[in-house]
Design a protein around this ligand. Structure first.
Ligand code: ATP
Length: 268
C-alpha cells in the first residue's frame, strides 16, 4: 500500500465535538534517511488547532524521528515544516520551542539534580529584578503560575523535591509541567501515558482534555491502543517511514491492513 488512505478528509468537519480548526503545523513531503535507511519517506501531515492527533505505528516506523525534525533536533533532507505558515526547517530547537512548539521525550530529559520548581522555572522567561518597575508584581505572578501548574500536575507537595527523587509517574508529570510553563501552543508528547498507574492516567487524561479545551494542540506518540482510542481525535499511521493513513480513530483502527502491519502480519 503506497498511497495514503484518505479515509475521511470530508468527514472530519462533521466529526462531532472536536473537529479541529486551522492548520497550525503543516508537514510537507518530508524526507529523512539514516545511512541507507529511509525513516521519513515523503510524509505530509497537518496538525490542526485544538485536537489530539496520535502517531501510531510499529517500532521503528519513524514516529520519534518525525518529532525530532519538527522540533529541530534533526534536519530533514527535503520537504518543509510550516508553523503557522512559516518554515521552521533549519532553526535551532530552542528557537522552535520559543515559537510555541514544545515536546516531551521518552527518556524525559529532566534536570535531575534540580528541584521540581527549578525544573519548571528553567523554561520560563526570566522576570525583571524586584527593584525594577513592575518587578515585584511580575515575580509574584510567575510564582503563582508555577504553583498553579504544579497543582494541576499533582506536584504541589513536591515543589522542593529533586527530580531524581520523584516516582516515575511524577517525573512524567514534571515533563508535562515544563511544557505548560513554556506556554506552548502545540505539545508533542512521546509516549506520555506509558507506565502510568490508573489514577495517574486519569490525571493525565484530565490534564490533556482541559488544556485541549483551552486551545492547546496535541500530537502524541502512543503504542497502547486502549490509550490511543481514549485520547485521539485523529490518527496518523506510520510504517517504515511512510504515512499510510491519516483519519478518524474509528476508521483507521478498523482498517484490517493497518492492523496486520501493527500486529506484525505484513502478508495481509
Ligand atoms: N540517530 C539515528 N541514527 C541511525 N538510525 C536511527 C537514529 N534514530 C533512529 N534511527 C532508526 O530510525 C528508525 C526509526 O526510528 P524512530 O525512533 O523514529 O521510530 P519510532 O517509530 O519512534 O519507534 P519506537 O516506537 O520503537 O520508539 C529505526 O530503525 C531506528 O533504529
Amino acid at each position: 500500500m503506497n498511497a495514503i488512505i484518505e479515509h475521511d478528509r470530508g468527514a472530519l468537519q462533521a466529526a462531532g465535538p472536536n473537529p479541529g480548526g486551522e492548520v497550525l503545523l503543516s508537514i510537507r513531503n518530508l524526507n529523512k534517511s539514516f545511512g541507507g535507511l529511509k525513516v521519513t519517506n515523503d510524509v505530509s501531515l497537518d496538525l490542526r488547532a485544538g485536537i489530539v492527533t496520535t502517531l501510531v505505528g510499529p517500532n521503528g516506523a519513524g514516529k520519534t524521528t518525525l518529532f525530532n525534525q519538527i522540533t529541530g533536533h534533526l534536519v530533514p533532507e527535503s520537504g518543509d515544516i510550516l508553523w503557522r505558515g512559516q518554515s521552521v526547517v533549519g532553526k535551532k530547537h530552542f528557537q522552535i520551542s520559543r515559537m510555541g512548539i514544545a515536546r516531551t521525550f521518552q527518556d524525559l530529559r529532566l534536570f535531575n539534580h534540580m528541584t521540581v520548581e527549578e525544573n519548571v522555572l528553567t523554561v520560563m522567561e526570566p522576570t525583571s529584578w524586584i527593584w525594577q518597575p513592575g518587578g515585584r508584581a511580575a515575580r509574584n505572578e510567575r510564582r503563582e503560575k508555577v504553583q498553579a501548574i504544579l497543582k494541576r500536575t499533582g506536584l504541589a507537595a513536591k515543589a522542593h523535591t529533586r527530580a531524581i527523587d520523584l516516582a516515575y509517574a511524577e517525573r512524567k508529570f514534571l515533563s508535562m509541567a515544563r511544557i505548560m510553563a513554556a506556554d506552548a501552543k502545540i505539545w508533542l508528547l512521546d509516549e506520555p501515558a506509558s507506565g502510568l498507574d490508573r489514577s495517574s492516567y486519569e490525571l493525565f487524561l484530565d490534564l490533556l482534555r482541559t488544556e485541549v479545551k483551552k486551545g492547546v494542540t496535541v500530537c502524541i506518540i502512543e503504542h497502547n491502543l486502549d490509550i490511543v482510542v481514549g485520547i485521539s481525535d485523529r490518527i496518523a499511521f506510520l510504517d517504515q517511514g511512510k504515512l499510510l493513513a491519516d483519519g478518524l480513530p474509528e476508521v483507521v483502527l478498523k482498517d484490517p491492513h493497518l492492523a496486520a502491519i501493527y500486529f506484525g502480519d505484513q502478508n495481509t
